[in-house]
Design a protein around this ligand. Structure first.
Ligand code: DGL
Length: 273
């Protein structure tokens, strides 16, 4: 049986990834799920994020999906390893769950000349140390400097990304990152919400610094994965259709989500039952 590719985030952020997937791999069907009723995940404990993410993955499997992308750094950092190693083998050995941290880590080092890399993410992603651990494999020559930006997701989820409050908090966290090293020449937005403030963030960075977002990286990595795994590709339906689900109010999701996705969307509610 063929089914759509599942794309998951705590809220709206994963739509910045889905937008790129649809652009680069338009032939596939996608189901997006935003757990808006329980977002943000960034400040929650390891166990809570793992438990919520596992529930979402089980929901995707009930929809028939064989492949699920955790388009959320926090969920990738706190839940992916457990799901891959502890849950999938007995729950659904033929299904796959992929995250966004590994593909980003595979490529990030290649952008840098100074080998000083900056990572901006939620408190959960930064405290998990997932990026330094992954980057040690793919960019062992690089020094990694991390900064948690706990105010950015709430500003974005509340539509305040262009307001003066956002200016203050963008400046604050950028200053804190560069206080760790003035040699940083490459900065990763390691949270799928942050591309909504990309222009603002870029304007507060020194001019020579490259700002990296994850949509393009994740789409290219998924394309390679599907090429290398024809057995999985065969399980993915290809009618170019999109479906959107939220655990909260669909009307709000449609309004706010269209900003992240860049076009109008129609959303349904699910209580993950
Ligand atoms: N979009 C999520 C990420 O990439 C974070 C949002 C949240 O804190 O729930 O980490």
């Amino acid at each position: 049986m063929q089914a759509p590719i599942g794309v998951f985030d705590s809220g709206y952020g994963g739509l910045t990834i889905l937008k790129e997937l649809k652009q680069q791999l338009p032939q596939y069907d996608y189901i997006y799920l935003g757990d808006n009723a329980r977002a943000p995940y960034g400040t929650r404990s390891f166990d809570t994020v793992y438990h919520y993410t596992l529930e979402a993955v089980e929901w995707f499997f009930k929809q028939g999906c064989s492949l699920v992308i955790l388009a959320c750094n926090t969920a990738s950092a706190k839940a992916l390893r457990n799901i891959q190693q502890l849950d999938l083998p007995h729950m659904a050995p033929d299904k796959r769950v992929l995250g966004v941290i590994r593909p980003s880590s595979e490529i990030l080092g290649t952008y840098s000349f100074s080998h000083h890399l900056g990572i901006l993410g939620t408190t959960g992603t930064i405290q998990s140390e997932s990026y330094p651990i992954e980057l040690a494999k793919f960019a062992p020559e690089a020094s990694i400097f991390q900064q948690a930006c706990p105010m950015w997701v709430p500003l974005i989820e509340n539509g305040q990304q262009d307001g003066p409050g956002a200016d203050y908090f963008v400046q604050l966290y950028i200053d804190q990152l560069f206080a760790q090293s003035s040699k940083i020449d490459t900065v990763l937005l390691a949270c799928t919400h942050y591309p909504l403030m990309e222009k603002k963030i870029q304007s507060f960075l020194p001019e020579h610094v490259k700002l990296v977002t994850q949509g393009d990286i994740v789409a290219k990595s998924l394309a390679t994965y599907l090429q290398n795994h024809p057995e999985m590709d065969q399980k993915c339906s290809k009618k170019g259709q999109l479906q959107f689900f939220t655990t909260d109010n669909p009307a709000s999701f449609e309004e706010q989500g269209s900003l992240f996705f860049g076009q109008k969307i129609a959303a349904n509610h699910t209580d993950l039952a």
